[in-house]
Design a binder for this molecule. Structure first.
Ligand SMILES: [Zn+2]
Length: 367
C-alpha cells in the first residue's frame, strides 16, 4: 500500500487572489488543496490601502476587498487575513482604529517598484523609527515584509556575492529590530542563506514564509531553457541558499518558518519586454512542499518526519498569527499525479510544475 499522510488542513499565509473574473477560481483551487485559510496580499489595483469603508478611485479597504473575496468563495475558509498595504497615506490613527475594529491583523511593506503592483510602496527608511511602526508595536499588528532593497541595478541587484535580498537582511532588518523592540515581523518568501540565518538567529517575534519553488529550485532551473513560469520575485537563488532554506524548515522543533506559497496567477506571463513575476501553485502546493521535504532528506513516513512537515505546513503559521490549527484533515498519498494547464476566462494559466515539465509524486484528497 502506498504511503499516506493525514494532516490538518493547512494555512497559506502568503498568497494572491487578485481581482476580476477569475478570483473565484483561484479561491476554489486553494480550497481544493486542503487549505483552511489564507493571508491574501493587498497588491491589487488599486491597492488595499484603507481599513474600513467603500472602495475609492485610489484604494480598496480591507473591508471592501474582504467582501469581494468572501462573496467569491472565501467564506469557506476558517481564516482570511488581508494585510493593509503600507503607502504614503498610511497613518498611525488608521492602525489604531483598524486594530480596535478587529479588521486589521497585519500590514505589508513593499519596496517601491520591487514586484507586481508595488509602485505605491515607500522606502523602508521612511518607516523605521516612525509612528506607523510604533502603532504596529503597540497594537500587536504583524508587519509582513517583502525584504529586498529597492533601487539596485545590475550586479548590485543580483550576483553570486550579493542580492537585493541579502542587502536588505544585512542592513535594514537589524535596524528595524533595534528600533522596534516589540514589533512582530514575518519575512515574506525568503530566498537566501542570509535571510534564513537572520530569522533563525532572531527571537521568536521574527518568522518567515517560504514558497514551494524556493525549496525546490535554483537559478539554474530558471535559466536553462528560460523556464519563465518559475520566474517570481525574489528570484530563485543558488544551491547554498536552497540548502539553508531546507535546513531552516527541517530543523526539529522549529517555530519560525511556515508555509506561504506566494501563489500568483498570471494568465499573461511573458510580456512585450519582460516577464510577470509570480508562480502559480494553486492546487498543488502541499504536494510540492512534500517533494521538497523529501529532497531535503526527510522521511515523511516516519513520525518525526511527518511532525516536521506538519509544523511547517499546518501549525507554525496559525501559532504565530494567534489562531488554532484546523481540526479537519486532508490526505496526501504517495502516488504520481499530473498537473495540467488551466483554462480560465482571462486565458490559460500554467501551474508551476507544468512549466517545469515535472510531475507530482504525491496525490492530494480531502472529504
Ligand atoms: Zn507575494
Amino acid at each position: 500500500m502506498s504511503a499516506s499522510l493525514n494532516l490538518p488542513r493547512w494555512y497559506d499565509l502568503h498568497t494572491h487572489f487578485r481581482q476580476g473574473a477569475n478570483v473565484a477560481s483561484y479561491i476554489a483551487d486553494h480550497l481544493a488543496m486542503g487549505c483552511a485559510g489564507a493571508l491574501a496580499m493587498p497588491n491589487t489595483q488599486p491597492p488595499v490601502a484603507l481599513v474600513n469603508g467603500p472602495e475609492t478611485d485610489t484604494a480598496w479597504s480591507i473591508e471592501s476587498y474582504r467582501n469581494i473575496l468572501l462573496n467569491a468563495g472565501a467564506d469557506a475558509f476558517d481564516q482570511l487575513i488581508i494585510p493593509l498595504y503600507l503607502t504614503k497615506d498610511t497613518t498611525p490613527e488608521m492602525i489604531d482604529q483598524g486594530a480596535e475594529s478587529g479588521l486589521l491583523k497585519a500590514c505589508k511593506y513593499y519596496p517601491p517598484h520591487g514586484t507586481t503592483n508595488s509602485e505605491h510602496g515607500v522606502p523602508m527608511d521612511y518607516w523605521i523609527g516612525g509612528d506607523v511602526f510604533r502603532a504596529l508595536e503597540v497594537n500587536h499588528i504583524v508587519l509582513c515584509i517583502h525584504g529586498e532593497e529597492h533601487g539596485l541595478f545590475g550586479s548590485d541587484y543580483f550576483d553570486e556575492n550579493q542580492t537585493a535580498e541579502s542587502v536588505f537582511y544585512s542592513d535594514r532588518l537589524p535596524r528595524i529590530l533595534d528600533e522596534h523592540a516589540e514589533l512582530r515581523i514575518v519575512c515574506e518568501h525568503i530566498t537566501t542563506r542570509v535571510a534564513a540565518e537572520f530569522v533563525s538567529n532572531a527571537t521568536e517575534r521574527v518568522a518567515a514564509t517560504i514558497t514551494p519553488q524556493h525549496l525546490l529550485y535554483t537559478v539554474g532551473h530558471l535559466i536553462q531553457g528560460l523556464r519563465y513560469h518559475l520566474y517570481c520575485l525574489p528570484v530563485v537563488k543558488f544551491e547554498q541558499d536552497l540548502a539553508a532554506l531546507r535546513k531552516a524548515v527541517t530543523t526539529p522543533g522549529q517555530t519560525q518558518f511556515f508555509a506561504g506559497t506566494d501563489s500568483a496567477p498570471h494568465t499573461t506571463k511573458a510580456t512585450e519586454c519582460g516577464c510577470a513575476a509570480g508562480c502559480y501553485t494553486g492546487g498543488c502546493a502541499p504536494q510540492l512542499y512534500a517533494m521538497a521535504f523529501e529532497e531535503a532528506g526527510v522521511d515523511l513516513e516516519s513520525e518525526d518526519g511527518k511532525a516536521l512537515f506538519e509544523r511547517f505546513l499546518c501549525t507554525n503559521g496559525p501559532a504565530f498569527y494567534g489562531f488554532s490549527p484546523s481540526e479537519k484533515l486532508f490526505e496526501l498519498r504517495r502516488e504520481p499525479s499530473q498537473v495540467e494547464t488551466l483554462q480560465r476566462d482571462e486565458g490559460p494559466l500554467v501551474p508551476l510544475p507544468v512549466g517545469m515539465e515535472r510531475e507530482l509524486t504525491w496525490t492530494l484528497t480531502q472529504d
